[in-house]
Design a protein around this ligand. Structure first.
Ligand code: ZN
Length: 58
């Protein structure tokens, strides 16, 4: 299952949010509420994120 990723605003690296979605269609159709990524894999910080800033890993 592809992971939902965001771009770390500090380092610009792609990091996993800890969530995943079965496919792009489900991702597009399902509401995702705002989340906060804690302990970012790239910078160890906390980043609030929403669907507009997130993407499915390919
Ligand atoms: Zn980060």
């Amino acid at each position: 299952m592809p992971r939902i990723m965001i771009k770390c605003p500090t380092t610009g690296q792609d990091v996993a949010t800890g969530m995943s979605s079965p496919d792009q269609k489900s991702y597009d159709e399902n509401e995702i509420f705002d989340h906060i990524l804690k302990f970012c894999g790239a910078c160890d910080g906390d980043h609030p994120w929403d669907k507009e800033s997130a993407f499915l890993e390919s």
